[in-house]
Design a protein around this ligand. Sequence first.
Ligand code: GUN
Length: 285
Amino acid sequence: MTAKILDGKKMSAEIREAIKEKVVLLKEKGIVPGLAVILVGDNPASKVYVGQKEKGCLEAGFASFLHRLPETTSQEELLALIDKLNADKTVHGILVQLPLPRQIDPDTVLAAIRPEKDVDGFHPVNIGRLVAGLPASEPCTPKGILRLLKSTGIPLAGKEAVVIGRSNIVGKPVALMLLAESATVTICHSKTADLAEHARRADILVAAIGKPRFVTADMVKEGAVVIDVGINRLEEGLVGDVDYEPVAEKASWITPVPGGVGPMTIAMLLENTLEQAEKTGASGR
Ligand code: GUN
């Protein structure tokens, strides 16, 4: 079998186009969706991500409020900015780019964002709502993965889903979202015994571990849907967590890197911000 490509770039462009049209209608009502992005320090990858987020906002017709803070910013200074943005009616979404410098505790910072403005879905209230199966602001990368999976038309209920990676940003939330779709979910991680054996059972395999070409063809069942969340910057260029060519020979569907999951993350961030703007209207409350 040769896999069909799950084209995140194309799907993201379609979603962003639909968002742009909704923004035009909202603007007629006097509402401009606003996203505040906070970048602390000079992490090169974070700078790239934040640049993409700002570009996405501007293309969609959003107001983009970018706050670049120095590496030496104290936790108190960052919390003071978040307080200000929490109260700002023109800001519908607040995103603090991770990782943060060592002097700042990310859990304290994420918990300081008003849950309704937490368009990343990282606030403990939103995580709790996701666990409980209640409507929540869903983390962008997992939400994008589910959107890609659903576009295949393959029912998720009853499928064996194996997630490799247990991060708060991708592994854990995507596992919960697959569970909510009634898949049978296994989470594998660095301490998993015989990880390949688990992976070979998967109808849906999500690789989110940050190790270049970790998932090899012998770990993949014939006909599996393979989602590659890896963005590994090597000298040769951008490489995913999946050994793409040999795995594509066995899978039924596969996401490329770049052009798979990555572009979907931005589209979902814009969608979360738009939904919040629609909910709160011009009042910002
Ligand atoms: N760092 C890596 N991915 C993300 C993300 O999705 N959101 C934020 N805020 N930081 C990140």
